[in-house]
Design a protein around this ligand. Structure first.
Ligand SMILES: [Zn+2]
Length: 430
């Protein structure tokens, strides 16, 4: 006897989309059956034309707890995740206090998260000047890899690495098969914004700064044999060097984010710093090129970079405001809205937002509907639409650039290991 069988005419499987029945026992998927041949189960759910997707894996979330829980915390972030069809998040090592740069800080994170999470949570460690000797202990304590910056991070307790520091971190990570994930903007090409308006902020962080940093990471990954990952690619100038490096067999992957794929600099409302993030949202033409990068497989993942702050830090001045976009609950619908318009299917979205991020973070049993995987599942109505009201989101603060936008695709239910997610905190720490 199974616990649950979910049937849909559109089950998104690793080899395509088809009518199927997914059988669940003890939190895991036991098999994928023809709809008429499903086993007996205590509970049966028929979704009809509503699609069944694997739970999304969002490997780029700043939860900020402990220390800046007034910006965002595990309870609020993971409820937002569940409501948005995300069943696993991987938390970034900075903006919390302490930052996750040694095993004691990781233990503090775990204590803060324990018992509060509506979805599963993994952790990235940080690579900062002076903590090279902590990378292996952090790896052994369970972090999925190490984040570093090449330019100032925005918080002084998480300083950037220079090229020598990056090389050392890559070499150290390579010695135990670890992964280094990089915020890639070359500091020497960044300037102070010349004024408070969006065009001046955008000009202060040119795409060339991203390209130069990406080229440095590629060169050092090649020299050290390490695995490296480029976070939040915003400039299409990065695509050509990334494609070339991959053809040459360098161990490098890359992600972009919903806001770079769905928003454009030309449309940023005056003074609306909900749109401020680093690197910045660029032109509509650049956005189209990022879509080609996804279609070509040069960009592997689409993850949120959910990075809230206290609302009072979002002053209406692009030079002074906190840089970070809140979208954890909205990423799936935002990306589907644009992906469907551009001729992509749900299978593409699942590859970018579930399967590839799970592989990046080494999360076996996540990101796919398959026998043996965790029963992390999402009922997603791809034809429905909803207008975003920031105040109705589960994020701690009602600040998001998607406020007032009508997005296509509505999450009807999310299951974590076969149980409805969002209420009782069922999440585990990975
Ligand atoms: Zn980030």
């Amino acid at each position: 006897m199974h616990d649950l069988v979910i049937t849909s005419r559109r089950v998104v499987l690793p080899d395509g989309e088809r009518p199927a029945a997914v059988a669940v026992r003890d939190g895991g998927i036991t098999g994928v059956h023809d709809p008429g041949a499903a086993p007996e189960a205590a509970e049966r759910v028929d979704l009809g034309d509503v699609a069944l997707l694997p739970g999304l894996v969002d490997t780029h979330v700043h939860v900020n707890e402990p220390g800046r829980t007034h910006w965002e915390g595990f309870a609020t972030a993971t409820r937002a995740a569940a409501a948005g069809g995300v069943t696993t998040i991987v938390d970034m090592p900075l903006n919390s206090l302490p930052p996750t740069v040694d095993p004691a800080a990781l233990a503090a994170k775990r204590r803060a998260a324990a018992g509060r999470c509506a979805v599963d949570v993994g952790f990235w460690g940080g690579a900062v000047p002076g903590n090279l000797g902590r990378l292996r202990p952090l790896h052994e304590a369970g972090v999925r890899g190490f984040k570093c910056f090449l330019s100032p991070s925005g918080v002084e307790e998480f300083p950037p690495l220079d090229a020598a520091g990056l090389r050392a971190a890559l070499a150290e990570a390579a010695s135990f098969g670890g992964l280094v994930i990089v915020h890639a903007e070359a500091p020497e090409l960044l300037t102070e914004p010349a004024g408070p308006a969006y065009p001046e902020f955008l000009a202060s962080r040119p795409g060339e700064a991203e390209r130069r940093a990406v080229e440095l990471v590629i060169r050092l990954a090649r020299e050290t044999g390490a695995r490296a990952h480029i976070l939040h690619v915003s400039s299409a100038l990065c695509l050509e060097p990334l494609a070339r490096a991959r053809r040459a067999g360098v161990g490098i992957t890359a992600e972009t984010c919903p806001h770079y794929l769905t928003l454009a600099a030309e449309q940023v409302p005056e003074g609306d710093t909900a749109f401020k993030c680093c690197p910045p949202i660029r032109s509509g033409e650049n956005r189209d090129a990022l879509w080609r990068g996804l279609a070509d497989g040069v960009l592997d993942c689409v993850v949120s970079d959910h990075s809230p702050s206290a609302p009072d830090l979002k002053v209406p001045d692009f030079a002074a405001a906190w840089g970070g976009i809140s979208s954890l609950q909205l990423g799936l619908a935002a990306v589907w809205t644009e992906a469907s318009r551009r001729g992509h299917g749900l299978g593409d979205v699942v590859r970018w937002m579930a399967r590839n991020p799970a592989a990046l973070a080494g999360l076996d049993g996540k990101g796919a509907i398959a026998a043996g995987a965790d029963a992390d599942l999402v009922a997603f109505d791809p034809g429905a639409s909803r207008t975003v009201d920031a105040s109705s989101l589960h994020h701690r603060h009602p600040v998001t650039p998607y406020h007032g936008r009508t997005l296509r695709g509505v999450v009807r239910a999310t299951w974590l290991r076969g149980r409805l997610a969002g209420g009782t905190p069922l999440g585990r720490l990975l």
